[in-house]
Design a protein around this ligand. Structure first.
Ligand code: ASP
Length: 583
């Protein structure tokens, strides 16, 4: 016996007159004066069963027992629905099955929420993810994900990439996050780190002559969870030997396009636009700009150099954005609070109201020339940032994004894919003054910039590139260092002693000294990509069993404390009170 002859969503008028067996979940049950109507559901859709007590007395008894989400099997005859009962919104809506036998295969306890209920608390949905997954939207998301990944894999294969598995348990790879640690029973007191990425292994694959490596690799990073971050996530991770930047960008674009084509969406035009890091920060205040709306940051540093307004005159940078709305005093107060939260001292403004009238506490300090330069359209507000360059960019960038959303300026029909290029190789830690890497320490400097003052590498650019989709950083990559001396110079500049270089990265330095080809690569976050593809606001909607922001898994209750005997065997002891980890 087979459980079913076809899927629920496949029933059509061609089947009229046939006897068929179907199986699935009870989506709804409606009693209508003796007749019982059941919507039966599986991942392909719904069909209608009709149980007529005059036709099938036993089935009627079973039908009365049914509750939502029971699993049933039904056998009967496919008939046309009466014309007034046809449901044009359902592909199966012209027909129904007159049931002869109905078997309850599995029952369900009362549900913690109904599948079609709106605004169910997300933690509750995740606690009962197996129910949540039955919803159309979730089914759709997982299938889009599968199809996109399958498209990417086919493309990688066609381009000659070889899927090589690399270890999850390794030494820490510096990707800028904390490591998750794995204690080792055979070596008590010692730990593996879960790979933050396969970065060094993929480079070793190049040195090992693999030529083109890829993997849909799981990565682990101990960071605070956000809309686009989970502790564990997957990347399309790739590396190529004997390539330049353009070769890597070209492959990544092909992978993205293959995924769009696989899911049947219109692919973004290639080549994707490229902008420099400097331009991104200057115009949008950050290095992953959302360019689906304007309101670009403009510079007024020179213009205000001799301003009467001291705040402008003395600031290393003065910049502004023009919002298409004449804000009220209360609204400006709220914006100023936000700007202060983001690190601004205040928020200077000029409001030009609908009649062209100017409202501004600073207008009296500004010259005719300054006012004329800032003169905006009626019904707008000029918002200023003044201070050091990085802070001004950050605050105005955040303000721009906030207002873009608030004023509904974002063109959500647009898909903006672009590359950000020409990043600085190093950045200075604000607190310690120590120079550190911007991407990771294996990124090569721009050709011709291989030497620098090791105590002040400001201005050295790296061959690092980021892929941005609608303001989300999808991933990063770079051309790598394949020269051992250059690698040592980068480590020294970051203050990594010779000893530490040897102890942490000795294997890499050794490999680089044994015939390393020029190479470069990229990694793109799969969940970020798929969430955007599925039009979801956060990656939890495309992760089967995600963690919530406290870092817990509401479904299994992990993480949990461990008994002392277990810890002892691993050579560790817990100092946190046991109940602090059971949040
Ligand atoms: N390993 C890098 C990352 O995970 C990507 C790369 O440089 O290829 O961001």
């Amino acid at each position: 016996m087979s459980w079913r002859d076809l899927y629920c969503g496949e029933l059509r008028s061609d089947h009229i007159g046939k006897r068929l067996t179907v199986a699935g979940w009870v989506d709804t049950r409606r009693d209508h004066g003796g007749l019982v109507f059941i919507d039966l559901r599986d991942h392909t859709g719904k069909l209608q069963l009709v149980v007529n007590p005059e036709r099938a007395a036993e089935a009627k008894d079973a039908a009365h027992e049914l509750r939502n989400e029971f699993v049933v099997q039904a056998e009967g005859e496919v008939v046309a629905r009466a014309p007034e009962a046809v449901n044009p919104n359902l592909p199966t809506g012209e027909v129904e099955i007159q049931v002869d036998t109905l078997r309850i295969l599995s029952r369900s306890t009362p549900l913690p929420f109904q599948l079609d209920e709106e605004n169910v608390d997300e933690t509750l949905r995740l606690r009962y993810r197996w129910l949540d997954m039955r919803r159309d939207k979730m089914q759709h998301n997982f299938r889009v994900q599968h199809t996109a990944i399958a498209g990417i894999r086919r493309q990688m294969d066609a381009l000659g990439f070889v899927d090589v598995w690399t270890p999850s348990m390794t030494r820490g790879t510096p990707e800028g996050a904390r490591d998750f640690l794995v204690p080792v029973r055979l070596q008590p007191g010692k730990f593996f780190a879960l790979a933050q990425s396969p970065q060094l292994f993929k480079q070793l694959c190049m040195i090992g002559g693999i030529d083109r490596y890829y993997q849909i690799a799981t990565c682990w990073r101990d960071e605070d969870l956000r809309a686009d971050r989970q502790f564990e996530f997957r990347q399309l991770d790739l590396e190529m030997a004997f390539v330049e930047r353009e070769d890597v960008l070209d492959v990544m674009e092909q992978a993205v396009v293959a995924a769009f084509e696989a899911v049947g969406d219109e692919a973004p035009a290639r080549p994707f636009e490229r902008i420099s890091f400097d331009e991104a920060v200057a115009k949008y205040g950050n290095d992953r700009p959302d360019r689906r709306f304007g309101m670009e940051i403009q510079d007024a540093t020179e213009l205000t150099r001799n301003s009467e307004f001291g705040v402008f005159k003395n600031a290393p940078a003065v910049r502004y954005i023009v919002a298409p709305k004449a804000f009220s005093r209360a609204e400006l107060g709220r914006l100023e609070d936000l700007a202060k939260e983001w690190g601004a001292k205040g928020l200077a403004y000029i409001v030009v109201d609908e009649s062209g009238e100017v409202r501004s506490p600073i207008a009296k300090f500004l010259s005719e020339q300054e006012l004329a330069a800032f003169k905006a359209e009626p019904g707008s507000t000029v918002l200023f940032g003044a201070g050091d360059e990085a802070a001004v960019a950050r605050v105005l960038g955040l303000l721009r994004l906030h207002l873009g959303r608030e004023l509904d300026l974002i063109d959500t029909t647009r898909n903006d894919f672009h590359w950000v290029l020409d990043f600085p190789l190093f950045e200075q830690d604000e607190d310690t003054g120590q120079w550190t890497f911007l991407h990771h320490p294996f990124t090569a400097p721009m050709p011709g910039q291989e030497t620098w003052d090791e105590s002040n590498p400001e201005g050295v650019r790296g061959q690092h590139y980021d892929l941005i989709w609608n303001g989300w950083e999808l991933g990063s990559g770079s051309i790598r260092i394949h020269d051992v001396e250059l690698q040592e110079r980068v480590f020294r500049t970051m203050g990594v002693s010779d000893e530490e270089q040897q102890s942490k990265f000795g294997f890499l330095l050794e490999a680089l000294a044994m015939g390393a080809p020029p190479h470069g690569g990229f990694a793109m976050g799969i969940e970020r990509f798929v969430a955007q593809l599925a039009n979801e606001p956060d990656i939890r909607q495309v992760v089967a069993f995600p963690k919530i922001s406290s870092g817990a898994d509401p479904l299994t209750g992990a993480p949990t404390p461990m008994p002392n005997e277990v810890l002892r065997e691993l050579g560790i002891s817990a100092i946190a009170p046991e109940n602090s980890s059971s949040r």
